[in-house]
Design a protein around this ligand. Structure first.
Ligand SMILES: Nc1nc2c(ncn2[C@@H]2O[C@H](COP(=O)(O)OP(=O)(O)O)[C@@H](O)[C@H]2O)c(=O)[nH]1
Ligand SMILES: [Mg+2]
Length: 405
């Protein structure tokens, strides 16, 4: 029966409504395609159910399946082989369907498209596929082909960044402390931990304000690197954790008034430098916003300015000016502000040694003995430090993978 080439995406469709055996093949590489319809009345069926079966062979984009000649052989029950080899004699004994009309149509098609040479030679092997009941799909199955491929480029870090939807309003309605609410920041980080615990391959996460970035290791093959899967898993896990742990941070005094949402995006970074620059960008953003917000709310809350007056006062000021306002008017040294506000929160995996005491009963002895057992465990640790410089990365050399991949 010749050699067999497995085509993983060959599909067999079953239909009870159509009385047509339909063979479709496509050669997407050459742009040629054809389909043959063979009325059931001309088909010799040796397999119960064939009279109600529509067969389609499609998705051959990776194969050099030409326009042309498809033979359907009936091998083992529920197993078919499709061959397109005009030179080989057709084995009638195995045939499900009378091939003549099919051959005729194929030749006609080949003539019309001047592709008979391709038709006769290109497809050297056979295509085997199964039509077991489990595999038989409805005639609607073809709609899967409308799905777009969103596989993330290999060798790149995959970053999923989430951002709270309309959190300006959400913060107002839930009485967040201005400019930084420790409860809200804690809840964001608790939710991010949940994402890291549940989803594989996240090597580092960074959060500030209402956003969190999650970095999948560059060699990750989680969910076949499909962007939409990665992003939606992160977003949904984060959102549900945010709601689930709300009470742990806001207690009974501040109820969750409506379901919060988070948007997500996927960005790929091909080099360690690019990834570090991405994270540095987010941390610089945290610092710029926090400095502005700290001065702004001091001017309003302690300085008695209206929000528009404070806004006006800060227009065009540089970081040094803001530091000066804080120091001279409110006796605040920005350097002494909490690191979590200035730097945000980094989550990474750390190895820790855990020592436990066990009571072991020794053989031939009545008494138990105490033994200490030390195990290494991976835990998520939170850091509020600078990672724009090299120090953090030197201290944690396992986060980044080699650039030469
Ligand atoms: N009061 C307060 N507001 C916060 C805090 N964290 C985030 N927010 C609010 O969330 C907003 C987040 O910014 P952005 O995503 O650009 O705005 P959004 O489109 O309204 O979500 C900030 O502008 C604040 O209004 C916090 O700790 N305290
Ligand atoms: Mg937001």
């Amino acid at each position: 029966m010749g050699s067999c080439t497995e085509v993983s995406d060959a599909r067999v469709f079953s239909s009870v409504s159509l009385r047509t055996a339909c063979f479709c093949c496509a050669n997407l590489n050459s742009g040629l395609s054809c389909s043959f319809n063979l009325h059931q009345s001309t088909a010799r069926s040796s397999y119960p159910g064939d009279s109600e079966r529509t067969l389609m062979v499609n998705g051959f984009s990776q194969q050099r399946l030409p326009v042309g000649l498809i033979y359907i052989h009936h091998g083992l029950p529920r197993h078919y082989e499709a061959r397109a080899d005009a030179a080989k004699p057709f084995e009638r004994a195995d045939v499900n369907f009378d091939p003549d009309p099919l051959l005729h149509a194929a030749e006609k098609f080949a003539e019309r498209t001047s592709a008979d040479a391709v038709a006769k030679s290109a497809f050297e092997g056979s295509v085997s596929f199964s039509s077991s009941t489990a595999m038989a799909k409805s005639k609607f199955e073809y709609v899967r082909n409308f799905e777009t491929d969103d596989t993330c480029l290999r060798n790149c870090y995959i970053v999923v960044r989430l951002d709270g939807r309309n959190f300006h309003r959400f913060a107002e309605q839930h009485n967040f402390v201005k400019p930084n609410d420790d409860r809200a920041l804690g809840l964001m980080t608790r939710s991010a931990r949940s994402v890291m615990e549940e989803l594989e391959d996240i090597v580092i996460a960074y959060g500030q304000s209402d956003e969190y970035s999650f970095v999948f290791k560059r060699s990750s093959n989680w969910f076949k690197r499909r962007a939409s899967k990665l992003m939606t898993h992160v977003a949904s896990q984060f959102s549900s954790a945010y709601v689930f742990y709300w009470k742990d941070y806001f207690g009974e005094e501040q109820l969750l008034l409506y379901p919060p949402g988070f948007d997500g995006r996927v960005v790929l970074y091909p080099s360690n430098r690019n990834l570090r620059d991405y994270l540095s960008w987010r941390q610089a953003d945290c610092h710029i916003n926090n400095l502005y917000n700290t001065v702004f709310w001091n001017l309003v809350q302690k300085g008695g300015l209206t929000t528009s007056e404070a806004e006006e006062k800060l227009k065009g000021t540089l970081a040094a000016d803001k530091n000066e306002i804080l120091f001279s008017e409110f006796n605040i040294n920005y350097n002494n502000e909490p690191l979590i506000y200035k730097k945000g929160t980094v989550l990474i995996w750390d190895k820790v040694n855990e020592t436990t005491t066990k009571h072991v009963k020794l053989p031939n002895e009545d008494s138990e003995k105490e033994v200490t057992v030390t195990r290494t465990r991976n835990i998520i640790t939170a850091h509020h430090c600078d990672f724009i410089g090299d120090e953090f990365w030197e201290e944690h050399p396992n986060i980044l993978e080699d650039d030469c991949c």
